[in-house]
Design a protein around this ligand. Structure first.
Ligand code: NAD
Length: 492
């Protein structure tokens, strides 16, 4: 079996230790690849390569149009291999193929979007108090950027980081999750083909500690961009204090999906399910708390339970599959542990709640689509991000109560409201403390619009123009149109 390698300074290299790890398919826990398992020395090599590319190589001096051309070439290559990428992510992450197909298409769009931005006007000019002064700003790359990503969208998270990072002219070092490196390796084959110079983009495979932690702590790294859990986010922020590198964090959520009685019933029902069961609930913006107006609960909940029991759970490669396995045995155990704790703390199961072990599914990490009702407000399942197919339902009677419950969380990533009353929808969204919100829909995400969270869901924004700005420094330039002495010092 071929071993997946690091890509450092334009070359495929194995970890210095020679260690490797098995990469599994979560649908059956079979080994699908071996990946080189890097250590701190490999991360240091990647930093050296990126430093060289940025400080001395052609990449550090590249122009926007040059970068746009390469990113467009890369977008075209990814598009050509889109089916392959989708299959890789389904086999490595578990998500149904139809979802992985969307991810591949989004990845192409993201490269194209940032290719477009790379050559567009940036910076501003200012009218200042001195008429002889031209004051303006330009945006410049930050330098060497470490980019650490999770396992839930292996290709798309890599692209959300690399596309703006490279478009802005930084030298990037990507560290994928140690569980899902396969599509990142494929992406780097195409980065090489697209003609990026050595060291502009580097790939290091291996565990969070020491690979990610070395990147986050290094004084030679100028920025760390991280997507993952809050515990790791805090470690990264702490590690980054040494040289006060720039930090952006995209973290978790416990996002509310508010359904009013006047909502389109069938649509609200489907989006309540889609919000939580898309991506097996392993989605940072998942609608994991359903806030339901009490007067429709009697009609809504039995329909929800019935529809959830009919969700086709299976291998993501099977055409009929609507929900795949969880990414790993350990993560499945964690999710089942949350379900157990919900029952212990007095919540009532509306449906699901068990691991699925029927036939071939016994080999994989499958959990039933699960819905809890009558959840005590302080229960762990109400407060913590489960990151699996587990929905908690809360009932409310008034608009004020819905808003208060929606905001009763340390997170603030996403949220939605379903109602046919336009003014009510706007009133509620205005009061939601969350970075990404939807009215009468759940989950649509656009490369053109900013992504990120309030409160403990993160720092900064990705995507859109905000995503590019997060990879730039702003330089103020003042030009004196009347050069000459100012006579501050008389005895000159
Ligand atoms: P994680 O925090 O365990 O790991 C994320 C990445 O960090 C991995 O590459 C891991 O190897 C690395 N890492 C681990 N320890 C590290 C350390 N000490 N220093 C540096 N890097 C380290 O998260 P996960 O389990 O892979 O992903 C799940 C989490 O990601 C969830 O909380 C989810 O909400 C969040 N997430 C957020 C978004 C978003 O856009 N806000 C998107 C996807 C996932």
């Amino acid at each position: 079996m071929k071993t997946l390698l690091n890509h450092i300074n334009g070359k495929w290299v194995a970890a210095k230790s020679g260690a490797s790890r098995d990469i599994l398919n979560p649908a059956n826990n079979r080994v699908i690849a071996k990946a080189t398992d890097s250590g701190a020395a490999d991360a240091e090599d990647a930093i050296t390569a990126a430093r060289k590319a940025f400080d001395h190589g052609p990449w550090g001096k590249s122009t926007g149009p040059e970068r746009a051309e390469k990113l467009l070439a890369l977008a075209n290559l990814v598009e050509k291999h889109a089916d392959e990428f989708a299959k890789i992510d389904t086999e490595n992450n578990g998500k149904p193929l139809r979802e992985a197909n969307y991810d591949a298409a989004d990845a192409v769009g993201c490269f194209r979007y940032y290719a477009g931005l790379a050559s567009k006007p940036q910076g501003q000019t200012y009218s200042v108090s001195d008429p002889n002064m031209v004051c303006m700003t330009v945006r410049e790359p930050i330098g060497v950027c470490a980019q650490i990503i999770p396992w839930n969208y292996p290709l798309l998270m890599a692209v959300w980081k690399l596309a703006p990072g490279l478009a802005a002219g930084n030298a990037c070092i990507l560290k994928p999750s140690e569980m899902t490196p396969v599509s990142a390796v494929k992406l780097f084959e195409l980065i090489e083909k697209a003609g990026f110079p050595p060291g502009a983009a580097n790939l290091v495979l291996g565990p969070g500690d020491p690979v990610g932690s070395t990147l986050a702590a290094s004084d030679r790294v100028d920025k760390v961009a991280f997507t993952g859990g809050g515990v790791t986010g805090r470690k990264i922020m702490t590690a980054a204090t040494g040289n006060l590198k720039k930090v952006t964090l995209e973290l978790g959520g416990k996002s509310p999906n508010i359904v009013f009685a006047d909502a389109d019933f069938e649509s609200a029902l489907e989006f309540a399910m889609f919000g939580i069961f898309a991506g097996q609930g392993e989605v940072c913006s998942a609608g994991s708390r359903l806030l339901l107006e009490r007067k429709i609960a009697k009609k809504f909940l039995p329909r929800l339970a019935d529809a959830c029991r009919k969700i086709v759970v299976g291998d993501g490669l099977a055409k009929k599959t609507e929900m795949g396995p969880l990414v790993s045995r350990a993560h499945m155990e964690k999710v089942l542990g949350y379900i157990e704790s919900g029952l212990d703390e007095g919540a009532k199961l509306l449906c699901g709640g068990k691991r699925i072990t029927k036939g071939a599914l016994a080999r994989g990490n499958f959990v039933e689509p699960t819905v809890f009702v009558d959840v005590p407000p302080e229960a762990k399942i109400m407060k913590e991000e489960i990151f699996g197919p587990v929905l908690v339902v809360e009932l409310f009677d008034t608009e004020e109560e819905a808003i208060a419950k929606a905001n009763d969380t340390v997170y603030g990533l996403a949220g939605a409201v379903f109602t046919s009353d336009g003014a009510k929808a706007q009133r509620v969204i205005k009061q939601l403390r969350a970075g990404i919100t939807w009215i009468n829909t759940y989950h649509p995400t656009f490369n053109e619009a900013p992504w990120g969270g309030y409160k403990q869901s993160g720092i900064g924004r990705e995507l859109g123009t905000y995503g590019l700005e997060a990879y730039t420094e702003v330089k103020q330039i003042n030009i004196n149109l009347a050069p000459g002495r100012v006579n501050w010092f008389k005895n000159l």
